[in-house]
Design a protein around this ligand. Structure first.
Ligand code: GLU
Length: 316
């Protein structure tokens, strides 16, 4: 018999969760639980500058309000970064990564922004310059970041919703940061190593992270880690096509909760917006029979005025 899948929820405590998060988290939960799987909760709090006071409590309260549970204690990513440090050291020792002393401004000054991509590919200024971080530090008086070497060519992956996709990471992003100059481990490294060390083999998350999956696949390959399976679900946009994440806090789960909205109406909206038939007001568990993630698709989901009005009228 195949081992039960292990999925995860990986919120960043950088602000309030909104309806788009609710839908992605419910889809991750339904996908794991409908197949007898486990689901972990990892709070991604490594980016100290972006972590907001009270946001971790807010995430826990929002998940409880929706009726989403998880297995084991919540994992705080910052609580144990030893595996991340070891991974960076291994990549440096193997020549797969190198120290980089460039500031953001220096990188921006020499690289041309790519059409349709708000990232600027790193031009490789520090590639091959120093044998170690200590040497780079001595030579420049700066604390170096660490970048992963990216060779030219497409990285191919198969997404459970988007199908086969290819990303040319070297042309769009270039050698990317795995440890920042301030010592913080970068998202692409941290998410990969922490998913692997906790046995996560299925990842359901927002479609904005699909290009990141290619970078993560590269990190997995270099570290000899297994590749998880990915399902990138469509983002929720408002009637003007704006991502909810870009809107003010008015559609945050906290504000819906505070104004007395029935969370079961939110669950029902998320299920129907993912083409899973259900009643008007349901608990997450009610959607499990017959749940199929393939129906959710990877296209953006529009929260139109009608759906929003219905939700805002659903008092508990
Ligand atoms: N922590 C990331 C976020 O909230 C998600 C990471 C992931 O699912 O891989 O955007």
């Amino acid at each position: 018999m195949l081992a039960a899948p292990i999925g995860r929820l990986a919120p960043s405590p950088t602000g309030r969760l909104h309806l788009g998060h609710a839908r992605s988290f419910l889809l991750a939960w339904w996908h794991a639980r409908s197949r007898g799987g486990r689901i972990l909760l990892r709070i991604e709090d490594l980016d100290r500058e972006r972590v907001k006071p009270g946001a971790i409590d807010g995430v826990l309260r929002d998940l409880a309000w929706l009726g989403i549970d998880w297995d084991g204690a919540p994992l705080l990513q910052s609580a144990d970064t030893s595996a991340l440090g070891q991974a960076v050291d291994r990549l440096l020792a193997a020549g797969d990564a190198y120290p980089c002393v460039c500031t953001r401004a220096e990188v921006a000054a020499v690289s041309a922004p790519h059409a349709g991509d708000d990232e600027t590919p790193y031009p490789g200024t520090c590639r091959g310059k120093w044998r170690s971080c200590a040497e780079a530090g001595r030579a420049t008086g700066r604390t170096p970041a660490v970048r992963l070497r990216v060779e030219p060519g497409a990285i191919e992956l198969v997404d459970g919703l988007a199908g086969p996709r290819a990303f040319d990471v070297s042309a769009t992003v270039g050698d990317f940061t795995i440890r920042r100059r301030d010592g913080a481990f970068a998202y692409q490294l941290a998410v990969t190593v922490d998913d692997a060390r906790t046995g996560v083999d299925e990842i359901v998350r927002g479609a904005d992270l699909l290009p990141s999956a290619a970078r993560q696949k590269l990190v997995q390959h270099r570290l000899g880690l297994p590749h998880p399976r990915w399902w990138h679900v469509g983002l929720v946009v408002d009637a003007d096509g704006q991502r909810l994440a870009k809107r003010r806090g008015d559609l945050s789960l906290a504000s819906l909760r505070e104004s007395g909205i029935d969370p079961r109406a939110v669950v029902s909206w998320a299920a129907r917006a993912s083409r899973q038939p259900c009643e008007d007001r349901v608990a997450p568990g009610d959607v499990l029979p017959g749940f199929q993630i393939e129906r959710a698709g990877c296209e953006p989901v529009v929260l139109d005025h009608e759906a929003l009005d219905r939700l805002l009228a659903a008092r508990a």
